[in-house]
Design a protein around this ligand. Structure first.
Ligand SMILES: O=C(O)c1ccccc1NCC(=O)[C@H](O)[C@H](O)COP(=O)(O)O
Length: 267
């Protein structure tokens, strides 16, 4: 996709999501989600899992994306999730958006059946209904994107997620976005290196924001991480976690790719 057509990707996703969520509420009322067996499951802390590892990687299941079209349509999700688990991931991110990323809530459910690691529901969350879905399908943590939410909605969704026992990964793209976030809304702060207007990736975003985020929060660098040396540098700057999708998913066996990557992080 060209930079021009990507200019308003978050706006386009948000417009689509509003319609999608309204339809889903008609088909499956919120009260029924609360009856799902996993709804009462005790969650696992993504923050703790990342912090206890030398390099806490949240490895992502990602078939395709607006910036890359097809990344890997040939691997089975259970193989990816089991491979990531065996390789030493600190957590797993599952993209559940269908239209733009080719994911689904069924992917999250399958992932839950394949690992005890904390699972992040990677979704464009605008409505508390999506939090109920996340819990019902096995998530331990959810993503809130500062660029998509006003401060009041962000604070409200964060509180609701915590009441359901899930942690909040709050994603920011700039210092301005971070400063505008309500305090206390995040358990983990994700600094996204991908500019969602141009799709360009620059680790300078993580470098610039590192010192602005207090070390009481788990700092996660997201997107465009392809080299173990990048992780070593960002760890020195204070990052506890690293969200990585394409680098592993573009390989025939993403789990083996993560295993090799982690070996090189420590050498
Ligand atoms: O990846 C995209 O093209 C994208 C476009 C628009 C909104 C979000 C997008 N990605 C979501 C993510 O946050 C990444 O999948 C995640 O950080 C992993 O990134 P990468 O390691 O570069 O696959």
């Amino acid at each position: 996709m060209s930079a021009t057509s990507a200019t308003n990707i978050l706006d386009r996703i948000a417009a689509h999501k509003k319609v999608e969520v309204a339809l889903k509420k008609e088909v499956l009322p919120a009260a029924q989600l609360r009856e799902f067996p996993l709804f009462s499951r005790e969650t696992t802390s993504m923050a703790d899992s990342l912090r206890k590892r030398p390099f806490g990687i949240i490895a992502e299941h990602k078939r395709r994306s607006p910036s890359r079209a097809a990344i890997n349509l040939n691997v089975a999700l259970p193989d990816v999730v089991r491979g990531y688990t065996q390789a030493g991931a600190g957590g797993i991110s599952v993209l559940t958006d269908g239209t733009f990323f080719g994911g689904s809530l069924d992917d999250l459910l399958q992932a839950r059946a394949c690992t005890e690691l904390p699972l992040l529901r990677k979704e464009f969350i605008l409505d508390p209904y999506q939090l109920l879905e996340a819990k019902a399908y096995g998530a331990d943590a959810i993503l809130l994107i500062a660029a998509m939410l006003d401060s009041k909605t962000l604070g409200y969704l964060a509180t609701e997620a915590r009441e359901l026992g899930m942690e909040v990964l709050l994603e920011v793209h700039s210092a301005e976005e971070w400063e505008a976030c309500p305090s206390g809304a995040a358990d983990l702060v994700g600094v996204n290196n991908r500019n969602l207007k141009t799709f360009e990736v620059s680790l300078d975003t993580s470098r610039e924001l590192a010192a602005r985020i207090p070390d009481t929060l788990v700092r996660v660098s997201e997107s465009g991480l392809a080299q173990p040396a990048d992780l070593r540098e960002l760890k020195e700057l204070g990052y506890d976690g690293f969200l990585i999708g394409e680098t592993f998913m573009k390989e025939p066996e993403p789990g083996l790719a993560l295993e090799a990557f982690l070996k090189n992080c420590s050498t």
